[in-house]
Ligand binder design. Structure first.
Ligand code: GCU
Length: 645
């Protein structure tokens, strides 16, 4: 084996042509400028190079895959397409120095999921209630400011680079709630979208657009948006053709229809398959896809109506339509049946639509998980969802059933740290890596993120940071709503506790706590029947409190406070204990972070420290409100006599 050359003297050979190969070349040239070394284009002889990045158009690795190996003192990346070369380069970057030291036989890498998308809930105008970014906790939008395109295109390009490094290949640039200005991105403001697409394209990121189902009426002046009306169909075909003329690699449309007030096919007595297929046929000649969201439920429910269960809605609306959707229509399903709570069961839709392309939608933006003021690394939750097997151990995992892609609501804004809370970047990175390989071990991904974010960090830093992030989701769960019951948040902005905040509201998110017990009976025998939307074995597991996992007990059952969990504790004592533990864990995390001050840049350290102050305050608030509420409702004192108000 030849001795390896040290950093600063390495020589790289790049073979291949095309815009993404130029990107790869630009990246390596930049690195040589910073660290030293040399990059050469083309050349038939590999001898004398430390790294050879090669596009061999033999199709062996697909469009995005690559082979990586190291033999005889040379590291090689071979891809069949330009995108693969870019991902191969980032693989080398992830490996760092070891990519040039340890010999390894060639190994193949390909994404398990073809579409790995971030949906930005960014508004063009500042919305009077939701602001520039709906549920955004990282400052303003990277794309839009106060009614206009922001125009900071280099920043958008840097964002494309960040996404490619995480393995993400698609971005939807506007909110699923499409207001008047945003609607026009499809037509007279399309040029603004094309400018963004041009910046994202060199990093292999395709651009998608959220559109309003009412576009033929509000933009086209037609009297109807009926999906079966010929003039409507023609209008959409024309609109799609104009989009592709401006953005040849456009990804497609994202649609929130008949959901929380957005227009949809129900107005015309048509089904969601009719609506989705109409858009799919407009996109089909250009190779585009419609992402049709399954988040359809009655948001004007009467809280007195115990027969309606919001959790049932996606399955009830969509499962009967299985097999009716066009090939280029993807049904985008939230991972749980409600709305991105810290704990929900996996949506039963994933097991119920084998003849439909499904995408899993998760929420990287931490709407219900601390709004990027609290540390809550969601890797383990997403991994549980992706590994869940709707038909039991013998069946496929959700990650394998998601042929239509993995989608996260973005947690990125114009904040200098991208994500507001610097540690929330771990969610962005983890999402991208799990989308590439849903079966990946999230803890390994976390270690990767730590190593990349804090290069050459001493052990004390990595070992301090790791447990803070690893346990943060469960810690958050401990001090907020217990045992899968969900919500209990302040209405509207959803930050901080309000146990009865949504209890008498029209949104269908109730916990039904009374003096005797708490939880929602969703059993088939005595409740809403939601449990029966699952196949075996899950329908049986969830049907009975005896088999239902503790962490989901109150999602599926209404039980007395004295009910004994599998853990051996009563429900009420679990409520008290976990809230006290949750606060203690956050206090400990704050202490550990403070102890790392000498190892982290001062600004970054201060930003996180300040957020830990808020997290400690918030966790205590949650603890005290939830505990006091349940002490007052139940009259059962804490077995350990701790202060409850
Ligand atoms: C949640 C969220 C809304 C969002 C909606 C959606 O309800 O609070 O802001 O529009 O999800 O996913 O469409």
């Amino acid at each position: 084996m030849e001795a390896f050359r040290p950093l600063g003297e390495r020589r790289t050979l790049i073979r291949g042509s095309g815009p993404l190969v130029e990107t790869v070349h630009g990246e390596v040239a930049w690195a040589c400028g910073v660290f030293g070394g040399e990059v050469v284009r083309e050349g038939s002889d590999d001898a004398g190079y430390d790294l050879v990045l090669d596009v061999v158009a033999d199709g062996a690795w697909g469009d995005e895959g690559f082979a990586y190996g190291r033999e005889g003192g040379r590291t090689t990346v071979t891809a069949s397409g330009q995108r693969g070369l870019l991902y191969g380069l980032f693989h080398v970057v992830r490996l760092g120095g070891t990519a040039f030291q340890e010999d390894r036989p060639r190994e193949g890498h390909r994404p398990a999921v073809a579409l790995r998308m971030l949906d930005h809930w960014d508004n063009v105008d500042v919305h009077p209630v939701m602001g520039q970014v709906e549920r955004g906790y990282a400052g303003g939008s990277l794309f839009w400011r106060d009614g206009r395109a922001r125009g900071e295109l280099e920043r958008v390009r840097a964002y494309g680079r960040l996404l490619a490094a995480c393995g993400i290949n698609a971005v939807c640039v506007n909110n699923v709630n499409v207001h008047a200005s945003e609607a026009r991105l499809l037509t007279d403001r399309l040029g603004e979208v094309a400018d963004l697409a041009a910046m994202l394209r060199p990093y292999g990121v395709r651009t998608h657009l959220s559109v309003t189902f009412a576009a033929p009426v509000v933009l086209g002046g037609l009297p109807t948006a009926d999906p079966l009306d010929e003039a409507v169909r023609q209008w959409w075909s024309g609109a799609a053709a104009r989009v592709y003329a401006a953005i040849p690699d456009f990804g497609g449309f994202v649609v929130k229809a008949d959901s929380e007030g957005q227009p949809g096919p129900f107005t015309y007595g048509r089904s969601h398959a009719d609506g989705a297929n109409m858009l799919a046929s407009a996109l089909a000649p250009h190779g585009g896809t419609v992402h049709w969201r399954a988040f359809v439920y009655d948001h004007r429910q009467d809280w007195r109506d115990r027969s309606t269960d919001r959790a049932r809605a996606a399955y009830d609306h969509f499962a009967p339509l299985d097999g009716e959707f066009a090939d280029n229509a993807v049904l985008q399903v939230k991972h749980g049946p409600m709305d991105f709570q810290v704990r929900e069961p996996v949506s039963p839709v994933f097991g119920a639509m084998p003849r439909t392309r499904l995408a899993v939608e998760v929420q990287a933006t931490q709407e219900y998980t601390g709004q990027q003021r609290h540390v809550c690394w969601l890797g383990p939750m997403w991994s549980e969802v992706l590994r869940f097997r709707p038909a039991g151990e013998e069946g496929s995992a959700v990650g394998e059933l998601a042929g239509g892609g993995l989608v996260a609501v973005s947690n990125v804004g114009d904040d200098p740290y991208w994500t507001g809370h610097p540690l929330a970047q771990a969610n962005l990175y983890t999402f991208g890596r799990l989308a590439w390989q849903p079966s990946a071990d999230p803890l390994r991904v976390l270690d990767e993120w730590i190593a990349l974010t804090f290069p050459s960090a001493p052990k004390r830093l990595t070992e301090g940071l790791r447990p803070l992030l690893r346990g943060s989701w469960r810690t958050y769960e401990k001090y907020t709503a217990p045992l899968g019951v969900g919500f209990m948040v302040q209405p509207g902005h959803h930050y901080g506790p309000s146990v009865d905040g949504y209890e008498y509201s029209p949104w269908g998110t109730y916990h039904f706590a009374d003096r005797d017990g708490i939880g929602v009976d969703r059993s088939a025998a005595t409740g809403t029947g939601y449990a029966a939307q699952y196949a075996a074995p899950w329908a049986g597991v969830y049907e009975s409190p005896a088999t239902c996992p503790d962490e989901l007990l109150l999602f599926f059952h209404h039980v007395p406070y004295a009910h004994v969990l599998h853990s051996g504790k009563t429900v009420i004592q679990h409520v008290y204990d976990t809230r006290f533990e949750g606060v203690e864990e956050v206090e400990e995390a704050r202490r550990v972070w403070a102890s790392l001050a000498d190892l982290v840049g001062a600004e970054r350290h201060a930003r996180v420290a300040e957020r830990y102050e808020e997290q400690v305050r918030g966790a205590r608030e949650w603890r005290d409100q939830v505990n006091s509420y349940f002490l007052r409702k139940s009259g059962v004192p804490d077995a350990r006599g701790r202060p409850i108000w």
